[in-house]
Design a protein around this ligand. Structure first.
Ligand SMILES: Cc1cc2nc3c(=O)[nH]c(=O)nc-3n(C[C@H](O)[C@H](O)[C@H](O)COP(=O)(O)OP(=O)(O)OC[C@H]3O[C@@H](n4cnc5c(N)ncnc54)[C@H](O)[C@@H]3O)c2cc1C
Length: 476
């Protein structure tokens, strides 16, 4: 019998873990025998997914749920046997607000993506004035653009829906996902389907309505739009890791560099004092953020490392705060609110966690989470915890009128944690793919490239593993 193929995976976030799972799952079916080493720099798995228990509360430090419409995450949960545990947000509190003109305005009902699909609710919103509303409705008659080159999301949305709707509606929601500057964000890399809908239907609103109708006709009982798991998103990490049988997981195993070695790949670990070659692999899958992968390959493979380093990442933080219910003055009657960037506040959004999600806090507690930092206003690395909490409290006082002191807080900084798909991102990906094609046995996946959401990361891990198998089988 031939020797098993050796595969190294660098990074134990959802991308690296699902890649290991797909490799193990499909190896037998493809008649392959593989031996996998997964290297994770931290002392735990999960990367930007981290749920913790503190004071009877369930805190999410990173991702808090995922979109069910993009199926790879739900499909993976089904395979792992945890799909029945998926749960939506608390329907009775379904309402989100936008901070504008010194008060909170409810988002218009019937938003599809960022776009108002319900004209009655559009015309009754206090968020836009009459001119802004009429401009949104003009989407029905403004012809589709003929341009084929990439454009920014701000440009596209302003062209379709007007500046007011972009600034007060689209930008703050979008910032919540990408922590991005919409003027810099590439439509082609983030929401290429919106451009296609515009072209196919001549109107964004009409196109999105048609898409919604088709999804409803497709039948089946749809899951709620955003889902999570009973013990938070870390349940997903534990479930994937729990299914790994043969993969060797190395924690506290930061990789120092990787290079070609004897028609394969050598991976050196930081901990190796004499920096000897840790091991030899037939294939190497890098699932850590692009700038990290760039660092690890910079000496041996500058042609790959340089374009990887062109993908910017910005630093943000989440701040969980909890209060005793009896002394808390705000009703938390919704899921929370977003803050447009032109308001120039110290927060980008606030989630009213105990009202949004089931079982996050006992009845006598109130839990909320503030988001700090975005492109153009990143968190300051030097800022102390006290300073950051003070900023959040000042903003909560201003926006929600909360004067009380929290019983506890938990800050999580995500330094260079949010990849930015800026204009030209797809060209960068092409450059990276071209450079990778010259390096047999080297593969990439992860949030830096083709989607930041958890379902995107899982899909891309699956695609990368297909390419790994093709390579091992001598097809590429
Ligand atoms: C605050 C926040 C909230 C979010 N909320 C949501 C949400 O609600 N829903 C959603 O779908 N998405 C959300 N996202 C995005 C999503 O969580 C991430 O895009 C996704 O988890 C990234 O997974 P990944 O495996 O690609 O990367 P990561 O999670 O970054 O994992 C990469 C891993 O590589 C490791 N690593 C780095 N360098 C090395 C090295 N040299 N050697 C070995 N290991 C190394 C890191 O320690 C890390 O564990 C959120 C992101 C953030 C920051």
């Amino acid at each position: 019998m031939s020797e098993p193929a050796r595969v190294a995976i660098v990074g134990g976030g959802i991308s690296g873990l699902s890649a290991a799972y797909f490799l193990e799952r499909d190896a037998a079916a493809r008649g392959q025998s593989v031996q996998i080493d997964l290297f994770e720099a931290a002392s735990r798995l999960g990367g930007k997914i981290q749920s913790i228990r503190q004071d009877d509360l369930l805190l999410e430090l990173g991702a808090e749920s995922f979109l069910s419409r993009k199926t790879p995450a739900v499909d993976l949960c089904r395979e792992l046997g945890i799909d029945k545990q998926l749960r939506g947000t608390r329907a009775e509190n379904r309402k989100t607000f936008v901070w504008h003109d010194d008060r909170l305005h409810p988002l218009p009902k019937g938003l599809s993506g960022f776009v108002p699909g319900n004209m009655n609710s559009l015309f009754s919103t206090s968020l836009l004035n009459l001119r802004g509303k009429l401009r949104v409705a003009a989407d029905y008659v403004i012809p589709a653009s003929r341009r084929s080159e990439d454009e920014s999301l701000a440009h596209f949305m302003t062209r379709r829906l007007g500046k007011q709707a972009y600034q007060r509606l689209v930008q703050p929601l979008l910032c919540g996902i990408y922590a991005a500057d919409g003027e810099q964000l590439s439509l082609q890399a983030t929401y290429p389907e919106l451009r296609k809908l515009e072209q196919a239907s001549g109107s964004l609103i009409r196109g999105l309505k048609l898409r919604q109708q088709r999804a409803q006709q497709a039948g089946g009982k749809p899951l709620p739009p955003f889902v999570t798991l009973p013990n938070g998103m870390s349940d997903l990490i534990e479930a994937v890791a729990g299914k790994l049988v043969t993969t060797k997981i190395h924690l506290n195993a930061g990789v120092k560099d990787c290079q070609q070695h004897n028609r394969g790949w050598a991976v050196r670990l930081n901990a190796d004092a004499d920096a000897h070659v840790a091991s030899h692999y037939d294939a190497l899958l890098m699932s850590c953020p692009a700038y990290k992968t760039s660092q690890l390959l910079s000496k041996a493979l500058p042609a790959v490392a340089d374009p990887l380093n062109e993908i910017p990442h910005v630093s943000t933080a989440t701040v969980n705060l909890w209060y005793a219910a009896k002394s808390f003055s705000h009703p938390l009657d919704g899921y929370g609110f977003v803050i447009p960037s032109h308001e120039q506040r110290g927060l980008t959004a606030v989630t009213w966690t105990s009202s949004k999600h089931h079982d996050r806090a006992p009845d006598d507690w109130r839990l909320i989470r503030g988001y700090v930092g975005r492109a153009g206003a990143e968190i300051d690395d030097e800022m102390s915890d006290e300073e950051m909490v003070a900023i959040v409290l000042r903003e909560l006082k201003r926006t929600m009128g909360i004067h009380e002191k929290p019983v506890g807080t938990r800050i999580q900084r995500w330094l260079k944690g949010s990849p930015q798909y800026t204009l030209g991102h797809c060209d960068k990906l092409q450059k990276i793919d071209k450079a990778l094609a010259e390096q047999p046995g080297l593969f990439l996946c992860g949030a830096s490239y083709r989607g930041v959401g958890i379902p995107d990361c899982i899909r891309e891990a699956g695609n990368a593993i297909e390419a790994v198998f093709d390579y091992l089988e001598g097809k590429t």
